[in-house]
Design a protein around this ligand. Sequence first.
Ligand SMILES: [Zn+2]
Length: 390
Amino acid sequence: MIRKLDYILDDISFQIYDDFKNIVNINSFTSNLEGIEKVSKKLIQIGEKLGVPLESIYSSKEVRPHLMYGRDKKEDYYAFIGHFDTVHPPQSDFQTMSEVDGLLKGPGTNDMKAGLIVSLYSFYILKKLYPNRDLPFKILFNSDEEVGSLDSQEILESEFKGAKAAFIFEPGRPNGEIVTSRKGVGSLEIEVIGKPAHSGVEPWNGVNSLLAACEIIQKLEALNDYEKGVIVGCNEINGGVAKNVVPAYTKIIVDIRFATIEQQKKLFNDIEAILTSKNSVGATIKYDLELNRPPLQKSKESGRFAKLYMDIAHGLGIKCEEIATGGGSDGNFLSAMGIPVVDGMGAVGNFSHTKKEFIYKESLIYRIKIFVLYMSQLLDNKDTISKEKT
Ligand SMILES: [Zn+2]
């Protein structure tokens, strides 16, 4: 099997890199809808060539294409999930792929156009290895993951209820680790409303919103418990208009992370208690507290899926451990639906969301190799993993 796989990969590696370069070189910043359309068409073309017919689908909210394969599959399938939007705007000077010392650098290389290529080519090779089988795979590549999948969340939640496991092709971590848990993400915007006054003439008639904001920030920051995975980051503040005016308005923007649903519930209660209690200057508080993504929690089942992947990598002499990370992905939504999720199955690289973003060139090939062997074990064993009871 491995020899046959090496032979196939050798034969198509040029094509793999070429398709990868072509999708990296099209800008697909989340809000660049024209670029999003272009990349989606390119991916459909690549899918057609590989025998994986992708179709554009739309949510009920926005005219933004997402790509799917296997919509007819209702249960007992494996979900392959990825996104083709990036965080790099068209105005940036970081637009095309370049190769330097075994690294492929470019916008969205690591996060996560390489992962799309890994999943599509793995599927293609598995079709060659199992020519007589209708492979139980269902794919979603969405185009708004980088802004929280606001548009595609309803598709994820309605289309993937019957998945027996979900594999997320976000990048592997810098040492090749896969991801088995991710923190949940919340956001909080607070408006502190005071009263203006001339600070030289009658400051006592003003209500200083900045002062109230500082009190609130102190209390919110005290909720941090890094060891347990709770993060409350008061990271942005805007307030005041001039040196001699008591500030009547201050806005605070807070990033929130948590490892479990229980933590999230307690944290949200604690935050609301702080925001609804009185501050010493009598400013009015308005706030908007939202859960953006639930946590991706490791389960016994997802642990078994992850272990098999790592065992296969180790068998090939490739380093691969599992890791927990603070950043969210679409795996978080699927995990909250009770589906075992293994994330970080894309290529291996670093510096996502910066102009230093890259993947290790060879990882594009060996990650396909690991994933094909992994899936073939699952297919051959008729997935004993999710039926194990220990
Ligand atoms: Zn990503």
